[in-house]
Write a protein that binds this ligand. Structure first.
Ligand SMILES: *Cc1c(COP(=O)(O)O)cnc(C)c1O
Length: 497
């Protein structure tokens, strides 16, 4: 199975090459030429295995450059008991009669990005070997909070790699910042960048496209790579947990093998929900994919009207990991909805970069709406949902998950659809304690670590050790750089001048 570019269906590379490159040279994203297909019998086999076997099975169908044994080894190390609770890598918890919560936050950084970023270092270093690349790979990451920490945790002390993260100075929660600045490891570097997330992201993009810098790095034995969610190696591990959730529902007697489920995903860059779409198109019985947004509801509008328009105000919300106006992974879906017509896809993407918007034709809109539903929730509704769910069921949601729960409730009320539903829970409520605590009626009285303690006392839940333990960790990285100086900062860190 080869991987092609969304902007050139004729440009084909191997799965290992796609992981090394991250982005196609024409700026397109990589997609498998054909999707693997799971039969009902194969699905039944998966119900009888644990998480690592399920993940190995899914990965091996997408990544033919790797043997099953290799993938099994990576999966066992990525989801090892010291990183994820052994019996509950991705547990499914009933919420009400129809809905269940898929908890994706039990990894080392308390957000779902650990599923991909614990595995990516293994996939990337092996892909470098398989493609004959012998340079040290330097991962550059711009983050609004969760990706940076998850990538640092995944790549810390991984041989043959170095990782450098830029976060917006003052643009993350204090807990998120401390998670990054206290990071251990001999190959890691963290900078605060002046400005907002877009400035940091643009700075990183400038470094990536600087050919002179790339040549200088190559001379010194370095090659740049990316760990953000445009990399196929980040998407495919996420397909596995939708299969796993389905199997768990079968085993719990909540559904019968072959029954359809709906999936609700709190969405930013469209990576997580796209993984659910791939699961569906590989044979997992899925009905509607429900895309949940916060006040930055560019995707709600797109799915409802067919017009994608990023020319709008940007809001800072209580679910910051979804504060995004350009959902990069939507390009992959659009390419498939265009029936792999790369010319048509390029037309839309050119319009987007020229005018900030595009409108898909009627056929595409119909296909989109036959598979996806969408909705949004503002901060007030998010807080009310955290409160009402907690009151009714004693289940504590984080702000991102609460957006998804609210959108699910609205969808069910509007359509009367009673299909069993999986709601992806993307972060621990403790990671966003500053918003969760007031939502359940407790006024925060102290600093960040007080918040964790107060939330713990109010709910009887234990704060994740990875967050509570930050209090005693020393901050290693305190440098603040101007976006224009980011390249110099990377060069100085690597000792190339
Ligand atoms: C990254 C993130 C999201 C958005 O996921 P996408 O794959 O970008 O759509 C939602 N919630 C949390 C907590 C996140 O960290």
């Amino acid at each position: 199975m080869n991987y092609i570019s969304t902007r050139d269906s004729g440009y084909a590379v191997s799965s290992a090459q796609a992981i090394v490159a991250g982005l196609a040279p024409d700026g397109g994203l990589f997609l498998p030429e054909t999707l693997p297909e799971y039969t009902a019998g194969e699905l039944e086999t998966l119900t009888k295995s644990g998480y690592t076997a399920r993940a190995t099975s899914i990965l091996s169908r997408f990544l033919p450059d790797f043997t099953r044994e290799e993938l099994h080894q990576y999966v066992c190390r990525a989801y090892a008991p010291e990183k994820f609770p052994p019996k509950a890598v991705a547990p499914v918890v009933p919420l009400d009669e129809n809905a269940s919560i898929l908890e994706l936050f039990h990894g080392p950084t308390c957000a779902f990005k650990d599923f991909a970023l614990q595995l990516l270092p293994f996939l990337l270093t092996a892909s470098l070997q398989k493609t004959g690349e012998d340079k040290t790979v330097v991962i550059l990451v711009a983050t609004s909070g969760d990706t940076g920490k998850a990538a640092l945790e995944g790549f810390a002390d991984v041989e043959g790699t170095k990782i450098c993260v830029f976060y917006p100075d003052g643009g993350t929660s204090n807990i998120q910042r401390l998670q990054m600045t206290t990071q251990q490891g001999n190959n890691v570097m963290v900078f605060a960048a002046k400005g907002n997330f877009d400035d940091a992201q643009n700075g990183v993009k400038r470094i990536f496209t600087d050919q002179d810098f790339a040549s200088l790095l190559a001379e010194k034995g370095f090659v740049l790579s990316s760990a953000n969610s445009i990399n196929w190696g980040r998407l495919v591990p996420q397909v596995a947990y939708y299969f796993s959730a389905y199997c768990d529902l079968v085993n719990a007697g909540r559904i019968k093998l072959g029954d359809k489920i709906n999936v609700v995903v709190p969405t930013g860059n469209f990576g997580n929900i796209l993984a659910a779409y791939f699961a569906k198109h590989c044979g997992l019985p899925v009905g509607k994919l429900i895309c949940a947004s916060n006040k930055n509801n560019v995707l709600t509008d797109f799915i409802t009207t067919g017009t994608y328009d990023r020319n709008r105000d940007f809001y800072v919300t209580s679910s910051p990991s979804m504060d995004i106006l350009i959902s990069s992974n939507l390009e992959r879906l659009l390419y498939l909805l265009c029936d792999r017509d790369d010319g048509k896809l390029k037309g839309y993407m050119n319009e987007l970069s020229a005018t900030g918007k595009y409108t898909v034709d009627k056929t595409i809109l119909e296909k989109l709406q036959s598979e996806f539903a969408a909705g949004c929730a503002d901060d007030k509704q998010t807080a009310e949902t955290i409160a009402s769910v907690y009151e009714k069921t004693h289940y504590l949601c984080d702000t991102h998950t609460a957006v998804a729960v609210k959108v699910y409730q609205d969808y069910a009320a509007k359509t009367g659809d009673t299909t069993p539903t999986v709601i992806a829970s993307t972060a621990s409520p403790f990671k966003f304690a500053g918003s969760v605590l007031p939502a359940i009626g407790k006024a925060p009285s102290g600093g960040d670590f007080e918040l964790l303690r107060e939330l713990s006392e109010a709910t009887g839940l234990q704060a994740p050790a990875a967050l509570a333990g930050l209090r005693d960790r020393k901050e290693r990285f305190t440098d603040v750089v101007e976006p224009a100086k980011m390249k110099d900062a990377v060069a100085a860190w690597l000792g190339v001048k």
